[in-house]
Ligand binder design. Structure first.
Ligand SMILES: O=c1ccn([C@@H]2O[C@H](COP(=O)(O)OP(=O)(O)O[C@H]3O[C@H](CO)[C@@H](O)[C@H](O)[C@H]3O)[C@@H](O)[C@H]2O)c(=O)[nH]1
Ligand SMILES: O=C(O)[C@H](O)COP(=O)(O)O
Length: 310
């Protein structure tokens, strides 16, 4: 790591966070907190993630919202039953035609919530530690100048029910995102989980930045926060262990393409945007090309839509 990054790591990494919810509730001093879960067909897990945050509702957390990304399963009902408000993505900014993707629902979630601080949690997490929300809020509520807090964790790869190793997960993180940052924005090499879906930020920051529509959203927010506010606006907190529903290598290929595109658009002037990703699938003894779309468009900062006359 570069010297400045090493210094940042020492200043802005909490490896053993011990804030309590009571202590942070006292530190809010009038600020409000929204917890937002984007969800696309997560009926198996969304209730568990809502349940992990629900005990904080009314104290540290002021609203708990699942933004439904077009689910066709029982996600909305399970989320409601567990205690969340559920907002369909097309109910927010109804005059703006919906695009597919995770970044799109996160962007819309800003218009569906009001908290001064926003905590994002993926809704495919399992066995969520009780302190995810609390610890993500620690640096935002107690350290001046911090605007974005990323979680980091051990990431098991649970391909079978018997996998016990704490490592192996985070394949796009390790094989695409971190190498791309090392090559193109080495100042961010100290961020352990640049793609992690568990992070917290000030509304003021989030509404000032563009959102990549697809899976490029996290790395885009990280790069843009660094460019606009500098390294010290970013912090990271150890959240323990993160387990989630793994997707296939093929699906992760398309995610990696969106992550890479978001990096290139921010770091390489003149990058024209990526072509669809061609993958090859074996069918009856032949290899057939299959084209996956790569979400390349950004949504503009929400603040520009809220501006008078826009
Ligand atoms: O169109 C979509 C796609 C996903 N999701 C939700 O977003 C979360 C994360 O999606 P997932 O497909 O599980 O992503 P991962 O394969 O786990 O990808 C990792 O890397 C991505 C790229 O940075 C991040 O967006 C993810 O948060 C991070 O977990 C889940 O709650 C999904 O239900 C949506 O709401 N809408
Ligand atoms: O962050 C990542 O790299 C993706 O979520 C893939 O994670 P996995 O390798 O744990 O499935």
């Amino acid at each position: 790591m570069r010297r400045g990054t090493e210094d940042w790591f020492a200043r802005r990494t909490w490896a053993h966070p011990d804030w309590t919810a009571a202590e942070l509730t006292a530190a809010k001093r009038g600020r409000t907190v929204s917890v937002v879960l984007p969800a696309l067909d997560e009926e198996a897990t969304v209730g568990g993630v809502v349940a992990a945050a629900r005990p904080l509702l009314g104290t540290l957390v002021d609203e708990l919202v699942v933004v439904d990304s077009g689910s066709t399963d029982d996600t909305a009902a399970r989320a409601r039953a567990a205690g969340a408000r559920v907002v369909p993505r097309d109910a927010v900014l109804p005059d703006v035609p919906v695009r597919p993707g995770k970044g799109e629902v996160l962007w819309r979630s800003l218009a569906a919530t009001t908290g001064d601080l926003v905590v994002f949690l993926d809704s495919d997490l399992v066995d969520l530690g009780p302190d995810f929300v609390t610890h993500l809020l620690g640096p935002l509520l107690t350290v001046d100048g911090v605007a974005l807090v990323k979680g980091f964790y051990h990431r098991p790869l649970r391909i079978s029910d018997h996998d016990a190793a704490l490592t192996g997960g985070g394949r796009v993180t390790e094989l695409t995102a971190r190498p791309a940052l090392a090559a193109l924005r080495p100042e961010l090499a100290g961020v352990v989980q640049p793609l992690g879906g568990e992070y917290a930020a000030t509304r003021e920051l989030l509404e000032s930045l563009p959102f990549a529509a697809g899976y490029g959203v996290e790395i885009g927010l990280l790069l843009d926060t660094h460019r606009e506010r500098g390294l010290d606006a970013i912090a990271q907190v150890d959240l323990g262990v993160r387990k989630h529903r793994h997707r296939s290598l093929r699906a992760l290929g398309a995610t990696a393409a969106e992550v890479l595109d978001a990096v290139l658009r921010r770091c390489v002037p003149g990058h024209p945007g990526s072509d669809p990703l061609t993958q090859f699938v074996p069918v009856d003894g032949d290899w057939l090309p299959d084209e996956q779309p790569v979400a390349t468009a950004d949504r503009p900062p929400l603040a520009t839509l809220r501006a008078p006359g826009s």
